[in-house]
Design a protein around this ligand. Structure first.
Ligand code: AMP
Length: 401
């Protein structure tokens, strides 16, 4: 548990606070692969974190398999979240769908980072985009939609195509409907009936990129270099680190990420997804208030992994170096579309190729069950890495056990 000693130096009227942290107990809402990799990072920080407890509805969730204690309950179960807060010194999350109101009510009992207030801003895409716009951070043009007339009028204003989006609870593109013709309006509204909606101008982008950014409770901010994200069926297929863009673009994106962290005030690692438009403009698409799939490459490419960085940030420790030491491609292993069931985990025995399976018992269509980091330790260049990932992706077969 934590001890706080406050010493006041009259000189300069500075209050100097020393936190002697004797193994805090960390609570994580969500015990999937992100919770698992956070637990692994915590196990290398024994003097700062003595124990990890995750809250997850799946018995034997991935985090529990690497040593986390588990409370088996729904992410939004108020009494389970309260139990977690009572047992822990610090709470964080690996999913953004936690109940921010319940978390707010527990802030007196337990430190929660990123703060429930930051979570609340991010959880609703409309509030998130309004917040970014208010702070002069570039995003695609958007409007709230509450009726068919409003949607039609915004389509007239923006021109086609547009994306109709649900404001909350969507992931992997599931809450988006691309409207390319006016006669699709009734169908789009019907698909999302009963949900709060917004519409966005369709961005003509040449690349999707992201910055993994961190801000510690002391206000220190560090960003990892810009990476390039390639999606298939709206799910991240691979991340290329660093992004294949010129220095002006990467600097601009990293500055936007830095500014976002300044205004957000949250503590922890954030995944900031962006578009590079055909005119080389950077627009933020969305922010995840947590460690992010496009940051998995840091496990091998960087001096500090995003998981260690997140823990450092929420504990108020000095942030680690974000330098990209080796060019790396992260390739996601997804469950095949035509198979649900217990599978035989693949094995890979290739130089500078690091397989990470998440310990999920069952494969389900398009479920993320592992990833591979291909690292360019011999400086053979990005083309070589891309060739390696193509060969590897063809050879990984998920088959029934
Ligand atoms: P989202 O769930 O909003 O992050 O969007 C999922 C995917 O939809 C993104 O990775 C983009 O490929 C695409 N997308 C989202 N918003 C837009 C937009 N305004 N214009 C074009 N494509 C978009």
């Amino acid at each position: 548990m934590a001890f706080l000693i406050v010493s006041i130096f009259p000189k300069l009227f500075v209050i100097d606070m020393f936190f002697f942290i004797m193994g805090k107990i960390l609570g994580v809402i969500g015990g999937g692969q992100l919770g698992m990799m956070l637990t692994e990072a915590a196990s290398n920080m024994k003097s700062e974190i003595s124990n990890v407890i995750v809250l997850d509805p799946t018995i034997n969730c991935p985090a529990s398999k690497v040593g986390a204690e588990q409370i088996v309950a729904d992410f939004k179960d108020a009494s389970a979240i309260k139990e977690l807060a009572e047992k822990c010194d610090v709470i964080t999350y690996e999913i953004e769908s936690g109940d921010s109101q319940v978390l707010k009510s527990l802030e007196e009992t337990c430190e929660i980072n990123p703060s429930p207030e930051t979570l609340e801003t991010i959880q609703d895409k409309l509030i998130q985009k309004k917040f970014l716009t208010k702070n002069c951070i570039p995003v695609a043009e958007f409007r709230e939609i509450t009726s068919r007339e409003e949607l039609e009028s915004k389509i007239n204003e923006f021109g086609l195509p547009v994306l109709l989006k649900t404001r909350t609870g969507a992931y992997d593109g599931r809450g988006n409907f691309k409207i390319s013709a006016l006669d699709q309006v009734p169908e789009a509204l019907q698909v999302f009936e009963g949900q709060s909606l917004m519409v966005e101008k369709f961005v003509d982008f040449k690349m999707e990129v992201s910055v993994i950014a961190s801000r510690s409770t002391s206000g220190e901010i560090r960003t990892y270099p810009l990476v390039e994200n390639i999606h298939k069926d709206n799910i991240l297929n691979m991340t290329i680190a660093p992004a294949r863009v010129n220095e002006t673009i990467s600097k601009n994106a990293e500055e936007i990420a830095h500014k976002t962290m300044e205004v957000l005030h949250g503590a922890g690692v954030f995944g900031i997804e962006m578009f590079v438009t055909i005119n080389d403009q950077i627009l933020i698409n969305e922010i995840a208030p947590r460690v992010h799939n496009s940051g998995h490459h840091t496990l091998q490419s960087s001096k500090t992994s995003q998981f260690e960085q997140h823990l450092r940030a929420i504990l108020g420790l000095e942030l680690g170096s974000t330098e990209l030491v080796h060019n790396t491609i992260m390739y996601n292993i997804l469950g095949p579309k035509d198979f649900t069931g217990i599978y035989k985990p693949p094995s890979i025995d290739l130089e500078n190729t690091f397989l990470k399976m998440y310990g999920k018992m069952e494969s389900k269509p398009q479920r993320k069950i592992g990833h591979v980091n291909l690292v360019d330790k011999n400086n053979l260049g990005m083309e070589n890495l891309l060739e390696r990932v193509n060969i590897l992706s063809d050879s990984i077969k998920i088959i029934p056990a």
